[in-house]
Ligand binder design. Structure first.
Ligand SMILES: NC(=O)c1ccc[n+]([C@@H]2O[C@H](COP(=O)([O-])OP(=O)(O)OC[C@H]3O[C@@H](n4cnc5c(N)ncnc54)[C@H](O)[C@@H]3O)[C@@H](O)[C@H]2O)c1
Ligand SMILES: O=C(O)C(=O)C[C@]1(C(=O)O)C=C[C@@H](O)C=C1
Length: 367
């Protein structure tokens, strides 16, 4: 496709979408705008965008597609500004916000003016923020949900899907209410729980000074998302407040039931509590992205000596295999340590297995 694409908010998601669009539509011009000038200049320097503008209106007036990728409270404000801006005939406006109900209400004045607004939400991301974390494979195989407004017809939907085809995501249309109930349960609620676990651990770290060093394994897995951008999560929680309130009320009742099982020392009920969760969790698809971000972990049983990480990563670098995360499981007391390397794709992990089998004698595990 050809034309001007304005991306408002040059962070993780805006930057990643810019990379996807650039690759698939090399003749399009990607214009970036961000209130954070440092981030905007960085996007320009990294070549994520072709041009940067100093005001929203300056970019919006010449855009054929406008993607708003800012925290959701800002998105509403930007939609109001766009409503009062002289936009090109046939422009499509979309967003990437994690909530949809309030955004779609804010889209009504645009629709009434005949401007196409299609709500969007790629269900993949990271706890990292900013354009430097953006990558073009972020959305591969993830679901990308759309909530079209009344002004969006089939032609406009097809056009937006073409613009976004480089994401390699699976597009799905959902009503805004259903979107917010779904994401409330599988994305927003877990972020609150992760933050609450970290708060509880922080409180008890005063009493237990070893806590910080011992907080590995399960605690780190379940609290990774507590490192996400607090501005973004404050906004999401406020916009999806009713859904979250209902879920948290149910959670309170469920925790009361767990307390009761513990007080009663009810082994059978406790077993069923954990077992039912395990069965459902084990059945969730793990090889495709979705609510559960698919990072492909490789566990390497390495001896605990200085330089081991650089040795292993050097082998991978020689083969140009990129990794997304690396850590040592620190819970083990014996002399061997388990190095966990995460890859973005299953192919990268397979190549890493072949490479490390050839170059080392370490045991490799995939869970
Ligand atoms: N991070 C994720 O995992 C994820 C995944 C899917 C969707 N989302 C949604 O996408 C949106 C962007 O998230 P992100 O992770 O890219 O955040 P980010 O913090 O990486 O980037 C947001 C950018 O928006 C800019 N910004 C804020 N207010 C602005 C304004 N008024 N005008 C112009 N720029 C402004 C910020 O300076 C920042 O550079 C959010 O609505 C979020 O809910 C996030
Ligand atoms: O992988 C993460 O760090 C994420 O939190 C990604 C995640 C999610 O909860 O699944 C976060 C918010 C978005 O709206 C979509 C995806």
């Amino acid at each position: 496709m050809e034309g001007n694409v304005l991306i408002v908010g040059m962070g993780l998601i805006g930057g990643s979408l810019a990379l996807c669009i650039k690759e698939e539509h090399p003749h399009a011009s990607i214009i970036g705008y961000d209130v954070n000038h440092k981030e905007l200049r960085l996007a320009n320097t990294l070549g994520v965008i072709d041009e940067m503008v100093q005001s929203l209106e300056q970019g919006a007036e010449k855009a054929d597609l406008i993607i708003i990728s800012t925290p959701v409270t800002q998105t509403e404000k930007i939609m109001k500004i766009l409503h009062n801006t002289d936009l090109k005939q046939g422009v499509i406006i979309t967003d990437t916000g994690s909530t949809k109900g309030q955004i779609m209400k804010a889209a009504r004045p645009l629709s009434e003016k005949g401007i196409t607004f299609i709500g969007g939400h790629p269900m993949a991301g990271s706890h990292k923020s900013g354009v430097s974390a953006s990558k073009k494979i972020l959305f591969e195989n993830a679901f990308y949900m759309f909530t079209p407004s009344d002004s969006a017809g089939e032609r406009e939907m097809k056009s937006l899907e073409s613009w976004l085809s480089g994401t390699r995501a699976k597009f799905l249309i959902v009503p805004p209410k259903e979107h917010d109930e779904l994401t409330g349960m599988i994305s927003h609620f877990p972020h609150i729980i992760a933050a609450s676990l970290v708060h509880q651990a922080k409180d008890s770290s005063e009493e237990h000074p070893y806590l910080r060093r011992l907080a590995a394994g399960g605690f780190r897995d379940i609290t990774r998302i507590a490192s996400s951008n607090p501005v973004m999560w404050k906004d999401i929680t406020l916009q999806n407040s009713q859904v979250l309130k209902d879920i948290l009320e149910k959670w309170k009742i469920e925790m009361e039931e767990v307390i009761h099982m513990i007080e009663e020392r009810d082994a059978e009920k406790l077993f069923h509590y954990f077992n039912e969760a395990k069965v459902f969790r084990d059945e969730l698809p793990v090889l495709s992205k979705g609510a559960i971000p698919a990072f492909y972990d490789l566990y390497i049983d390495v001896p605990d000596y200085p330089g081991i990480i650089s040795e292993v990563t050097a082998y991978l670098a020689e083969e140009k295999i990129s990794l997304t995360n690396i850590r040592i499981l620190e819970t083990r007391e014996d002399i061997y340590g388990v190095l966990v390397i995460s890859f973005q794709t299953i192919e990268d992990r397979e190549r890493a297995v072949v490479c490390l089998k050839e170059k080392t004698a370490y045991d490799l595990f995939i869970d």
